[in-house]
Every structure is written in structure tokens, then in C-alpha cells.
Design a protein around this ligand. Structure first.
Ligand code: FES
Length: 148
């Protein structure tokens, strides 16, 4: 295990397997995985650290992973963008607080139809503000997400 994978489970759990499978499936254009269980992670000093060797779906554009950081009241979506960088987003719609779903290249709110880019920017309202985006930093195989 490397220095940045302390938050990752030591073994593959069912949840991790499902999350990895979803990310890989989306990377292959297999559609959305709205019901996928979030991968629990434990932030340290406000950071979630992922070892991308453990999450190959995040190495390809279109992949994503749903995290459940301990202490955060909602999950965090980690999405791989077209340029290979990552966006870590709150799934809470900025219109009235429903949870958005990842639907291919966009995120869609099931309540009133607001649509967001994978960067969190609004494509279509009624939402007027972007999804909350958490700072990410990539260092080789390590991806850090600052959630506080
Ligand atoms: Fe998301 Fe209204 S709560 S569009």
C-alpha cells in the first residue's frame, strides 16, 4: 500500500467491487448506475485519499466513483473528465436539494430536471448555481479530495 491509499479498504469489499464495476461499466458506455452503493472512506485531516491503482475506472474519461466520506452528510461523486482530470462533486442539487444522478456525460436532478456538466456547471435550470465542487489534487497514482 502506498502513502495515499490509507482511506481505501485493505481488501476488496462487495461495495468496492460494485463501485469499481460501475465505474468500469460507465467507462465502456454502459449507462448510469444510480443505485450503486457508495464506497465508505475515512477522511484524514479533511482529505480523502484514493489510490487510482485500486480504482481503474477512474483512470479513463467517463468513469466515476461514489464515495461515502465518514462525517459528511451526503456522498461525493468523483468523476473522470474528458481531459483525464477529476472533479469531485456534491450530488446535492443547488435548486432545492434533491440528489442528482449521473447520467452519462451529465448529472440530472430527478426532481425538476436541472442538468449539470460533469464539472458541476449548470447546463439547464431551474438550478442557477453549479454543484459544490471539492478541490482535487493528483500526484501520480494518488488522488486527494479535500472535503473540509
Ligand atoms: Fe433539483 Fe429542483 S431540486 S431541479
Amino acid at each position: 500500500m502506498g502513502a495515499f491509499d490509507a482511506a481505501a479498504p485493505a481488501t476488496t469489499t462487495r461495495r468496492d467491487f460494485i463501485a469499481r464495476s460501475c465505474a468500469a461499466g460507465l467507462a465502456l458506455g454502459m449507462g448510469a448506475c444510480g443505485g450503486v452503493t457508495a464506497l465508505p472512506v475515512t477522511p484524514r485531516d479533511g482529505l480523502v485519499r484514493l489510490d487510482l491503482r485500486d480504482h481503474p475506472g477512474l483512470r479513463v474519461a467517463g468513469g466515476w466513483l461514489k464515495l461515502a466520506p465518514q462525517g459528511l452528510p451526503h456522498p461525493v461523486y468523483v468523476l473522470t473528465l474528458e481531459d483525464g482530470t477529476h472533479a469531485a462533486l456534491s450530488p446535492i442539487c443547488t435548486h432545492q436539494g434533491c440528489t442528482v444522478d449521473i447520467a452519462g456525460a451529465q448529472l440530472v436532478c430527478p426532481c425538476h430536471g436541472s442538468t449539470y456538466e460533469r464539472t458541476g456547471a449548470v447546463v439547464r435550470g431551474p438550478a442557477e448555481r453549479a454543484l459544490t465542487r471539492y478541490e482535487t489534487r493528483r500526484d501520480g497514482d494518488a488522488l486527494e479530495i479535500r472535503i473540509s
